[in-house]
Design a protein. Structure first.
Lengths: 347, 502
């Protein structure tokens, strides 16, 4: 299929355009991260509530509260506190929790050892389920299987994560006793079997809800593509239905699917927050919740910033992936550059 | 066709994997009738310690895990309110009531092996009073003038003025090793357990201290597991992952265990009072008649029923039954909508008025607020409920005093003195009460002190300084093979050494 002029042009312009796009996108990423950090920092300070008041408790005198505030450093001007936070993060120091006085980064690391496997396994499982099922539902959309998948996934989308979790616990932990009802081994991954076992229900919970969404997107993306002219053209050129689908359909359908997958990957991390609460899993979500409750701001801002950055980063990766998958996007989004070069070449 | 087959294989192998993985997860408890002195007790709690340092502030969680388990005071505060010898084995009070001489028990060793001496006691008392301390009893203990070491096993504490409750307040001082540091992440106590592992917010593991000076614990290991949701906590008990829940949050949480012989439910006395506090400095609550009317307009027994079903009790004042000056004052300003309406009319509000009830967004407070709103509507008073999160409550109510009325639970016992402080958040200002607080603290005999506090309790009840809805129940549930814990709760302490598992 290559050998025609447009293909040749792509080969010439591909690399610099992609590189230019990537560097511009990275700048944007850094800018967004900076804006997010300041919005996050100052919004948290506007929120009513003060860690020093929580620490000092109901029996505290105003002097005690003031002393506590001084010890925490929350009596300094906000801009200074913000500067200290940013400077610290740049140097890899994420600050100290107001309450337990432990480095937040160490604690986040410990929690990530639970949350990351949880959300990645859930994402992997959801992908594993939704691609074949979604394709099946699209290619056989009129068969009972296709209709059933479509209906079930609609129900799945409407199910709140925590509800799915509660039902699964009731069925598989309390009734059938196949899995622990919640929690995570206190010694972490020292016994990988036990650790994995305690992640099964939470992973399945997130995956069920997530794959329902993904199945619908995969299905509609494939349906969209199957109705396109180029599939018909490919068929006319003698490709079999499956070959046409495989060769031209999947790649074209992949673009919208990648963008929804990037959103779902971010959601899996956020979904972990809810699911951890249902399953009493000591992950990042539980830490965030506790931090918000006590107004342990260093903990809250570090976690929220980390998640924000993660989401921004996934968005970046998705944008890049789409441009690698679909050359049209490279030209579309960065149209000026090749046009200029073209006109320059004509002169 | 082929793809569908591949899919089926993937799904089937996943199911098989789960089934295989789960097969290893089952373990049935061996149930013989004998006490296993090497048992591991797993305790479920919703109070994760915010820090291992008990004077850092927010000490509820660490008190539960550490008080008398890891650290010990000179004198123990028992769950029934009695004060017994701890690390001190005898004390004398001078005739003027100003100096307390404590004998320090010999043969006591810290967990690092060093012996307990008088300088450790001095260090510990000085520490609670230091600038960095956020101890809940700092204000009470600031009556101490100085702590002096006489010899290795004698300490003299001199007070600035007489304080009848000093021995009681001393039970809040945990004895640390002289010069102890890094107490946020480690411990060096004298208690029957040592800290084996601590995962902030997640779990805390204690193991029996074989060098303990007193009676050896009846179990070998205790693991505290911390939950953010009481549903998850209940599930863990149902499925055998934990042995006991120290504090049940709601009667609904008990439903799963009621009438099931595999579990024991205990109801004991707590020291937590549900307070419906008025802003006594803000109109119309400056008027005693209005406060009395509102207090009489609320059916406290119905509020208790709505929040705790059949548990808990009415007290009618700010004094929990464990305090020596407790009197049941629930008949003072009791539910009486007719006289409430009359009082409102007398105060110039024949058609009632509207006020905002600042309500922390926890379930118990929300249910209480709903019940109050419904009751007061019947006497023409409109309540708008404003939900705030518990942290915001501190800022809005406790610090800024920007509220008409509010709900809050007060956990500590012997905290009646706050009605003698006009600058406290409810702003109750009665010079006689303030004088009686001083009298009570400087009383010559315990009897005089009790008489003074009884006067205070009665006066604030009659003047409806606040409305005290009820005393929280202390509810615990355990697997029925686990016994030996106290049903009563005092400042969240949970003594572990007598817990037995069969």
């Amino acid at each position: 299929m290559t050998g025609r002029l447009p293909g040749l042009q792509q080969a010439v312009y591909n690399r610099p355009v992609l590189f230019l796009y990537a560097s511009r996108r990275i700048l944007l990423l850094a800018l967004a991260a900076f804006m997010a950090s300041s919005a996050l920092f100052f919004l948290l300070r506007i929120l009513p509530g003060d860690a020093a008041l929580n620490m000092a408790g109901l029996e505290a005198t105003p002097e005690q509260i003031q002393a506590t505030r001084h010890r925490l450093g929350t009596d300094r001007p906000l801009v200074m506190q913000y500067g200290a936070w940013i400077a610290g993060m740049a140097g890899g120091d994420f600050g100290i929790s107001y309450f337990n006085k432990l480095p937040v980064s160490r604690e986040i690391g410990r929690r990530l050892a639970v949350t990351l496997p949880l959300s990645l396994l859930a994402f992997a499982l959801a992908t594993l389920i939704s691609f074949p099922v979604g394709i099946l539902a699209a290619t056989r959309r009129r068969s009972p299987v296709g209709i059933a998948v479509s209906a079930l996934s609609s129900v799945g989308v409407a199910v709140p994560v925590f509800w799915a979790g509660i039902i699964l616990v009731w069925l598989f932990a309390l009734k059938a006793r196949l899995f622990p009802a919640g929690g995570f081994p206190t010694d972490g991954w020292a016994d990988p079997g036990a650790a994995l076992l305690s992640l099964v229900l939470p992973v399945v919970t997130i995956a069920i809800v997530m794959s329902s969404t993904l199945i619908r997107y995969v299905r509609s993306a494939i349906l969209d593509v199957l109705a396109q002219d180029y599939i018909r053209t490919a068929r006319a050129l003698g490709y079999s239905a499956r070959r046409a689908r495989w060769r031209h359909g999947v790649r074209n359908a992949a673009v919208p699917v990648v963008s929804i997958m990037s959103i779902e990957l971010s959601t899996s991390l956020l979904g972990a927050v809810v699911v951890e609460n249902v399953f009493a899993i000591p992950g990042l979500g539980a830490m965030l919740l506790e931090g918000v409750k006590t107004r342990d701001l260093p903990v809250v801002q570090d976690i929220v910033f980390m998640i924000t950055f993660f989401v921004l980063f996934i968005g970046f990766i998705a944008d890049m992936a789409q441009r690698i998958i679909d050359p049209r996007l490279r030209r579309g989004k960065a149209a000026e550059i090749p046009v200029e070069e073209e006109s320059a070449a004509r002169e | 066709m082929k793809r569908a087959r591949t899919l089926a294989i993937v799904l089937i192998s996943f199911t098989v994997f789960i089934a295989l993985a789960s097969a290893g997860g089952k373990a049935e408890a061996d149930k013989s009738g004998k006490v296993d002195t090497n048992a591991t007790i797993t305790v479920g709690s919703t109070y994760p310690p915010v820090s291992l340092n008990e004077i850092g502030g927010g000490s509820q969680g660490i008190t539960e895990a550490f008080y008398r388990n890891v650290y010990e005071p000179l004198l123990n505060l028992e769950d029934n309110g009695a004060i017994t010898d701890g690390l001190s084995n005898g004390h004398e009070i001078s005739k003027d009531g100003l100096s307390y001489t404590f004998k320090i028990r010999s043969g006591v060793k810290f967990h690092d092996g060093s012996p307990l001496t008088a300088s450790d006691v001095k260090f510990s008392f000085d520490r609670v009073l230091s600038k960095d301390s956020n101890s809940a009893r700092k204000t009470d203990l600031s009556v101490i003038d100085k702590t002096e070491v006489v010899d290795d096993h004698t300490v003299v504490i001199t007070l600035k003025q007489k304080a009848q409750s000093f021995l009681y307040f001393s039970t809040y001082v945990w004895i640390h090793k002289d010069g102890a540091a890094n107490l946020e992440a480690s411990e060096n106590g004298t208690g029957p357990y040592t800290l084996a592992d601590y995962q902030a917010g997640t779990s805390l593991t204690l193991v029996r201290n074989d060098q303990y000076w007193g009676q050896a614990p009846k179990n070998k290991k205790v693991i505290f597991k911390y939950f953010t949701s009481s549903t998850a906590e209940s599930n863990a008990l149902t499925s055998g992952q934990i042995d006991i829940i120290t504090n049940v949050d709601s009667p609904e949480q008990l439903a799963a265990f009621k009438g099931n012989p595999k579990f024991t439910i205990t109801e004991g006395k707590s020291t937590t009072k549900q307070v419906f506090a008025f802003n006594d400095t803000r109109k119309p609550f400056t008027d005693v008649r209005v406060r009395q009317a509102i207090s009489r307009g609320v059916d406290k027994a119905a509020v208790l029923k709505a929040t705790w079903d059949t548990y808990g009790r009415l007290i009618g004042s700010f004094v929990p039954p464990q305090d020596p000056w407790f009197e049941d004052l629930s008949s003072v300003n009791a539910y009486d909508p007719v006289s409430a309406k009359k009082l409102l009319a007398d105060a110039g509000y024949p058609n009632g008025f509207t006020f905002e009830l600042v309500t922390p967004s926890t379930e118990i407070h929300q249910l209480s607020a709903q019940a109050i709103k419904a009751d007061l509507a019947k006497i023409g008073v409109t309540v708008t409920i404003k939900l705030v999160d518990p942290s915001a409550w501190y800022e809005i109510v406790f610090k800024n005093r920007d509220y008409d009325a509010t709900l809050q639970e007060h956990v500590n016992d012997r905290d009646l003195i706050w009605y003698g402080n006009p600058n406290f958040y409810w702003g109750y200002d009665n010079p006689s009460v303030q004088q009686w607080v001083k009298d009570a603290q400087a009383a010559d005999t315990p009897q005089e002190q009790v008489a003074d506090y009884k006067k205070i309790a009665k006066t604030i009840a009659e003047e409806a300084a606040s409305s005290w809805l009820y005393l929280y129940p202390q509810l615990r549930v355990s697997a029925s093979n686990v016994t030996g814990y106290s049903a009563d709760g005092k400042n969240s302490a949970f003594y572990l050494a007598k817990i037995e598992k069969r």
